[in-house]
Design a protein around this ligand. Sequence first.
Ligand code: ASP
Length: 322
Amino acid sequence: MLKKLIVASAALLAANAVLAADYPDQTITMVIPFSAGGPTDTIARILAQTMSKSLKQTVIVENALGAGGTLAAGRVMRARPDGYTVLLHHNGMATSPAMYRKLAFNPLGDFEYIGQAADVPMVLVARKDLPPNNLKELIAYVKANKGKLSMGNAGLGAVSHQCGMLFLSAIGTPITTVPYKGTAPAMNDLLGGQIDLLCDQTTSTTSHIRAGKVKVYGATTKARVASLPNVPTLAEQGMPGFEMYVWHGLYAPKGTPQPIIAKLGGALREAMADPNVKAKFADLGAETVAADKATPAGLQTHLKAEMDKWGPIYKKAGAFAD
Ligand code: ASP
């Protein structure tokens, strides 16, 4: 029995080595959980383009939408573990187990970790003609207009949903929430005045803030966002401890051979060190991560820490879906 096992695992190792030696010899698909044109999509396209150059192979982005990002994670979990399908996901990977009673995947058991990829702040914005001019006025306005305002998000467990939930629980007043399949369509509706409020990443909000197309009430970060120095944080305006930023991770299906994970990781770290990527990210208020975070251990440790941090908070908040 033992001998059979040893022979079988030796055969598997040899097969993996052959697979890895030629890798990549076909297009790689980077699956992302939200709409084209949104924040995750923007980060993914910059990464895919840069990693294509390092890997000398095309990396395309596939938008697998629905259920707050959980469908995309399930799609990659079930994909062949051959390095040709990877997942770029954000905080939702860590928080969905606390929000979905029936989840098709286990973030800690069903994936190989490639590395962390980008950190992005969020800001709370509104349609430009919403009357309040600062956070204090906004809070009073929301309380005075109970049941009349609406806030968009990208579905249960999306970061826009998490940020909105934290904001609304801080002010103790509910608002009607409108779910979309990403914040790109939510932003379109905000610009069109169909919804009132949205918490979204700087990736998608910066240009609209600069152009005066949306009203901004504050950043979710500890310190002000470098690219938006005139936007105060929510914390400095009387919401101490309000801190949320969006982190990203690159994953592969469980069983993807380690030499392939190493090649993908090398390309990811090259992208994180690329001055072009740094400049593009900086313009969007985003940041590349340090080389030690863009590693399997860096991602796995952070994922686990975020699950431990947010899981109990969201379970207590009772934000569930079956
Ligand atoms: N960041 C997501 C997007 O790209 C949405 C979200 O998580 O709120 O649309």
